[in-house]
Write a protein that binds this ligand. Structure first.
Ligand SMILES: NC(=O)C1=CN([C@@H]2O[C@H](COP(=O)(O)OP(=O)(O)OC[C@H]3O[C@@H](n4cnc5c(N)ncnc54)[C@H](O)[C@@H]3O)[C@@H](O)[C@H]2O)C=CC1
Ligand SMILES: O=C(O)C(=O)COP(=O)(O)O
Length: 388
């Protein structure tokens, strides 16, 4: 029986992928084999020795201590693209809100007093302050052309916008998916200078933290709309407020409330609802649950952010050994010697590395005794050993 600990509300459509005769799933489980979570922060969590996998039912993994998990030989899985359409739709909504001053206009209409005739008179007199602009012909800058960024770039191009994108590490797949009229910028500053609206879709990592700062905003086209549905940490809120005060930015639409932003009429801060649609939550939960189930039951790895992709079909009746180790020479030799000395023959084997980690899956022609596992665990650089 595998034990899966859940943090946050994970869609039941995803949890249903874990058959209860083989998986105990609860938010209060002790000694879990795996964790399924959304945005709960795992950085302060006391990682139990039993943990074998982490499944993030979403895209960003900045809430998970990925390096610490790697050091323990634990894969972190996520759900790439599973909520991208939900984010795209909310960003488009944000673009329309900003272009037509919808929030300020709505607040104005709510503030009107008197009978219908009086309200109507005031509405007609006041509406000129909310004159907006239309999107065709305007330029949208997209920083980060991953699953979300590509969706938005293509949708904006479909609305008749000029689109300029920046992503120095764009994948070949995303580049193929991008509309051919999306132009490529070489720097963030180039995007800031060329765009009427800029939208951020980078992960929060060391190199993106605070990437939209005072200097970058100084390069922004006058009156720019900035949208941030990536992470709070990729912008400097104080610099945003200054740019709004100076008119460099006309509005800031984001998914991350903060004290500094509160009460500012040029800011719309939503409560991190970019992925909060039933569709996205089902997609994410199903993908993450499938990934951890497959890993626990077979050792196969799909969509991990720290482990190599590895799928070995199982064709024998003997045990399967999985070993996670530091990516250094002579590990495979030591693993196969330990098996050979126990009289076990390897029927099938697959080994892959990613950065400082290596991962091996070996199918043998018999039962692996506990002494072999102990011996493997004793090898310097071995981080995790499992027999499935
Ligand atoms: N508001 C919300 O509810 C949601 C927020 N997100 C956030 O959006 C981020 C992006 O999501 P996806 O597009 O699904 O992820 P993704 O991994 O498909 O795309 C991220 C892209 O950013 C690029 N990138 C990395 N560093 C960069 C840099 N310095 N400059 C420019 N581009 C850079 C990568 O090459 C990649 O193409 C997530 O990491 C998460 O933080 C994602 C989903 C929902
Ligand atoms: O997928 C992401 O990166 C998100 O930010 C969505 O997070 P959530 O599932 O709403 O907690």
């Amino acid at each position: 029986m595998y034990k899966v600990l859940t943090f946050d509300n994970i869609s039941s459509r995803g949890l249903d992928r874990l058959p209860r005769e083989r998986f105990e799933v609860s938010s209060e489980i002790q000694h879990p084999d795996a964790v399924l979570l959304r945005s709960a922060k795992l950085h302060e969590w006391d990682v139990p020795d039993t943990l074998k996998a982490v499944g993030r039912a979403g895209a960003g993994v900045n809430n998970v201590p990925v390096d610490a998990m790697s050091a323990r030989g634990i894969p972190v899985f996520n759900a790439p693209g599973a909520n991208a359409n939900a984010v795209k739709e909310l960003v488009l909504a944000g673009m329309f809100l900003a272009a037509r001053n919808v929030c300020a206009a709505w607040a104005f209409a709510e503030s009107l007093e008197g009978d219908d005739a009086a309200m109507n008179k005031e509405a007609e007199a006041g509406k000129k302050q909310f004159t907006g602009f239309e999107l065709p012909g305007r330029t949208l800058g997209v920083i980060g052309l991953g699953a979300v960024g590509v969706n938005i770039a293509n949708a904006a191009a479909g609305l008749g916008m000029k689109v300029i994108g920046y992503d120095p590490k764009i994948t070949v797949r995303n580049a193929w998916n991008l509309e051919s009229n999306v132009t490529r910028a070489q720097t963030v500053d180039e995007v800031m200078a060329a765009s009427d609206m800029v939208t951020l879709h980078v992960p929060e990592i060391e190199e993106t933290r605070g990437m939209i700062n005072g200097a970058r905003l100084a390069a922004a086209r006058e009156g720019q709309v900035l949208l941030n549905f990536a992470r709070a940490g990729v912008v400097d809120d104080d610099a945003i407020i200054k740019a709004l005060d100076e008119g460099r930015l006309s509005s800031y639409i984001c998914d991350f409330p903060a004290a500094a932003l509160k009460g500012n009429s040029k800011v719309v801060a939503l409560p991190h609802i970019g992925a909060s649609t039933n569709e996205a939550q089902e997609n994410c939960a199903i993908m993450a649950a499938d990934e951890i189930r497959d890993f626990l039951e077979t050792g196969n790895v799909t969509n991990s952010v720290n482990f190599p992709e590895l799928i070995l079909p199982r064709n024998t009746d003997g045990d399967r050994l999985t070993v996670v180790n530091a990516n250094v020479p002579n590990m495979l030799g030591q693993i196969s010697s330990a098996l050979a000395e126990a009289g076990l023959n390897i029927d099938d084997m697959y080994n892959k590395s990613r950065g400082e980690l290596a991962y091996s899956v070996a199918d043998v022609d018999g039962t692996i005794p506990p002494a072999v596992v102990e011996r493997l665990e004793g090898i310097e650089g071995v981080l995790k050993v499992r027999v499935i």
